[in-house]
Design a protein around this ligand. Structure first.
Ligand SMILES: NC(=O)c1ccc[n+]([C@@H]2O[C@H](COP(=O)([O-])OP(=O)(O)OC[C@H]3O[C@@H](n4cnc5c(N)ncnc54)[C@H](OP(=O)(O)O)[C@@H]3O)[C@@H](O)[C@H]2O)c1
Length: 291
């Protein structure tokens, strides 16, 4: 398994298993079966969140799987309605109870703001961070991190932090690379992790992407994952079928040329989920979607 180094010296798997909406499609089976399959296939990094409402099921599967705790990396997140010191303190305990764990490896603030007009976000995320640092000291969280924080949001954390965020999880894929944020996070030594690394399949029919996949003789998912991994960006693809899980855990090893990297990095916006912490939701970009 490819590893990525964090600013505290620890390493995490470069490829984790995303669990958002794993059971939206009822034909896909239930959450427990899907997570059981993911563990059997070999995933050891699981990304969940209080918002996904699957922590209880994941906790049950982890308990029955009997995988040594030190082999697992479990990441969860506090939702935007639970920001602030007291609420986040309670949210950490609630997640641990649902996951049936003594500690989580990575705990993230899911979004920096309750909504685009949230005037109190700065004090709230600073309070959340204090609660998370306390939980680190109490052994409830190994490593604190962020999600959907752009540099100006991270700066609010930096004003008060004693423990640095280890990573920031952002929507990143060809067609939505948020390059300023990625470069800034790298400069601050905060690992960048990509959510929706496959653009939720919204890039699968993009002519530039399909042409490059063909050129390298790989699948579109191989190309999209390798594109991120080659840049040292972690990925947490979600899959409900075993074939997709297997393929994503071992994306073909090949080097994308500098020229083609540039093509993918400068692709005009495509496949964006439409979410931005500071603005109201925009229409999702389905132009090149196959579904
Ligand atoms: N921090 C945040 O705010 C945030 C937001 C969104 C997501 N996330 C996290 O990021 C994870 C991944 O993002 P995502 O679920 O939005 O989207 P994604 O991983 O980009 O795409 C998932 C979609 O791709 C399909 N797929 C997966 N592997 C494939 C393959 N090898 N070939 C063809 N199709 C494949 C899946 O189909 P099947 O299900 O049919 O296999 C599913 O429809 C989430 O599950 C969640 O853990 C975080």
């Amino acid at each position: 398994m490819e590893k990525l180094k964090l600013n505290n010296g620890r390493e995490i798997d470069a490829i984790g298993f995303g669990t958002y909406k794993i059971t939206d499609d009822l034909t896909a089976g239930n959450t427990k079966d899907i997570v059981r399959t993911a563990l059997r296939v070999g995933y050891r990094y699981i990304d969940t969140a209080a918002f996904y409402q699957n922590e209880e099921d994941i906790g049950e599967v982890l308990k029955e799987a009997g995988i040594p705790r030190e082999e697992l990396t479990i990441a969860t997140k506090v939702w935007k309605t639970e920001l602030g010191y007291e609420k986040t303190k309670a949210a950490i305990r609630d997640s641990l109870r649902r996951l049936k764990l003594d500690f989580v490896d990575i705990f993230l603030i899911h979004w920096p703001k309750a909504g685009p007009d949230d005037a109190c976000w700065r004090e709230n995320v600073q309070g959340s961070w204090k609660a998370m640092e306390e939980a680190v000291r109490d052994g409830l969280i190994r490593m604190p991190g962020l999600s959907n924080f752009l540099p100006h949001h991270v700066m609010a954390i930096q004003e008060v932090m004693e423990v640095r965020p280890v990573l920031d999880q952002l929507e990143l894929h060809a067609g939505y690379m948020q390059q300023y944020a990625v470069d800034w996070l790298r400069k601050e030594d905060i690992l960048v992790q990509a959510w929706s690394p496959l653009g939720r399949t919204r890039l699968f029919a993009h002519p530039t992407v399909t042409a490059l996949a063909e050129k390298y003789g790989v699948t579109v998912s191989d190309l999209l994952l390798r594109f991120l991994l080659q840049q040292g960006i972690g990925v947490i693809p979600k899959a409900t079928t075993e074939a997709h899980m297997r393929s994503n855990l071992t994306p073909r090893m090949f080097a994308i040329s500098d020229e083609d990297l540039s093509v993918l990095l400068t692709l005009p916006r495509a496949g964006w989920a439409g979410e931005h912490p500071d603005f109201a939701r925009e229409e999702v970009d389905f132009r090149f979607s196959v579904k």
